[in-house]
Design a protein. Structure first.
Length: 377
């Protein structure tokens, strides 16, 4: 029950902040807000205050702001002469309303990142580096000895070494790279070694353990533990100006890395002609619920910090997704406004409305498929 409550609260906060952006900028530009809804219909409860209906809806996976004249099927002329209609406003005003939700999600991410970084000593959590990337701000520190695979019947498997644990020392000698591990293991065949491990899935650095095992050799005669090691990194903001602007700088770092990672995944899917990499990178409501459940299994401090980090990343992700130039998304609507500004003539409103409706149907269908994938997984 607690997981469900936190999940719904987290999602609701991000959606509420997003829709408030649209709401306030629309009001500022004199546009009539017919309905401000949290969740998706059918409506559970609604109350009209002034000219706006404030509604709470059954499906807690989104929200919306309904503006007069935003979607026009007919009577276009009536909306064009209505001074409080969305369609009657200048392109710049409409674009401002449309991007306001994305802007508010970015503001939320910055605020949350500030709190997280201050509480965590101005450094990020460790995360796997899947490709070479240089972060623009902060100092990148790496841990190159994280277990990403374990050979069957190896000394590591017999000693109970787990995925996600990092080898931090062998026989008291600290290691941080694969080469360092190899150097220490040289000449250790036939002897036992003490391998100290830290579980990288836990945020508490004091949670370490030591196992005793006897190295074996690979096909090249090199002493090995029987594990495959990968690189985890974290970004630390050490300079005074970096700490002052830490929330903004961390947002830039995470956004640029995420966009680059998405591009890499899509590119790989095209090259391999396989949608599995893209599918595995997308999580729907069920997947997000499971992530929240995993966070709440951590110790109190770890759970608090992890939840902050999660909310910041999710708010950033929501902004990135919404600004994509696809029908029904904010970015798609902005694209139509920009085309109108360049052409000096509005695109057929019926055509635009139809495209947005088809876009929404496609997105809902995609959400359904992703949810099914998460359930079966």
């Amino acid at each position: 029950m607690m997981t469900l409550l936190i999940f719904l609260m987290t999602l609701s906060v991000m959606v509420l902040v997003h829709e408030l952006g649209h709401y306030f900028v629309a009001k500022k530009n004199g546009i009539r807000v017919e309905e401000f809804g949290l969740g998706l219909p059918p409506m559970v409860y609604g109350k009209k205050i002034g000219e706006t209906l404030y509604s709470l809806n059954l499906l807690p996976f989104g929200g919306f702001v309904k503006l007069t004249g935003e979607e026009v099927d007919e009577d276009e002329e009536r909306y064009l002469v209505d001074p409080k209609s969305f369609i009657s406003k200048k392109p710049l005003q409409r674009a401002a309303v449309l991007v306001a939700g994305v802007g508010m999600n970015l503001v939320l991410a910055v605020v949350v990142f500030y709190i997280f970084l201050f509480a965590n000593g101005f450094k990020s959590f460790e995360f796997p580096l899947f490709f070479d990337y240089k972060f623009a701000f902060g100092e990148t520190r790496s841990i190159g000895t994280v277990v990403t695979g374990i050979r069957e019947d190896s000394p590591a498997a017999q000693a109970g070494i787990k995925y996600g644990e990092a080898v931090i020392s062998i026989d008291g000698a600290e290691v941080s790279t694969v080469e360092g591990v190899k150097d220490i293991l040289k000449g250790k065949l036939g002897t036992t070694v003490n391998v100290t491990l830290r579980d990288m899935t836990k945020r508490d650095e004091s949670k370490i353990r030591t196992v005793i095992l006897q190295p074996t050799t690979n096909d090249m005669g090199e002493e090995i533990l029987g594990v495959y090691l990968g690189e985890f990194i974290f970004v630390e903001y050490t300079k005074p100006y970096e700490r002052i602007f830490a929330g903004f700088l961390h947002l830039y770092n995470t956004t640029s890395y995420s966009i680059k990672a998405i591009g890499k995944v899509i590119s790989f899917s095209f090259e391999s002609k396989d949608l599995e990499p893209v599918s595995s990178s997308i999580a729907g409501p069920v997947g997000i619920y499971q992530l929240v459940g995993g966070i709440l299994q951590l110790d109190t401090r770890e759970a608090f910090l992890s939840l902050l980090d999660f909310v910041g990343l999710m708010s950033m992700s929501l902004a990135i997704v919404n600004i994509l130039p696809l029908p029904a998304l904010d970015g798609g609507r902005v694209l139509f406004v920009l085309i109108e500004a360049i052409r000096g003539k509005r695109i057929n409103p019926k055509l635009e409305t139809t495209l947005h409706r088809y876009g929404m149907a496609f997105l809902l269908g995609l959400l359904f498929l992703v949810t099914l994938k998460d359930i079966f997984r």
